[in-house]
Write a protein that binds this ligand. Sequence first.
Ligand SMILES: [Zn+2]
Length: 88
Amino acid sequence: MDEPVGDGSAGVNCDEALETLYRYLDGELTDERRVLIASHLDQCGYCGEAAHFEAELRVVIADCTRARVPEPLLDRIRAVIADEARSG
Ligand SMILES: [Zn+2]
């Protein structure tokens, strides 16, 4: 049940490109698939924009999760939250 393999010029359509965008950005696609999506994003302004936006978003999220919050600060935040809970 292999998918029909074209000569590479057919590529993917917008639906397919957007559907696989997340997996593409996560690096979960096969090399073959990656190339197909990449070439579509290259040629299609709409999907290219969407991919760019998603990629930017990921960088921001990655930055946020990479930042380590020092333990003393966490304790203070917890204390403030506990205080708030008590007074509220
Ligand atoms: Zn497209």
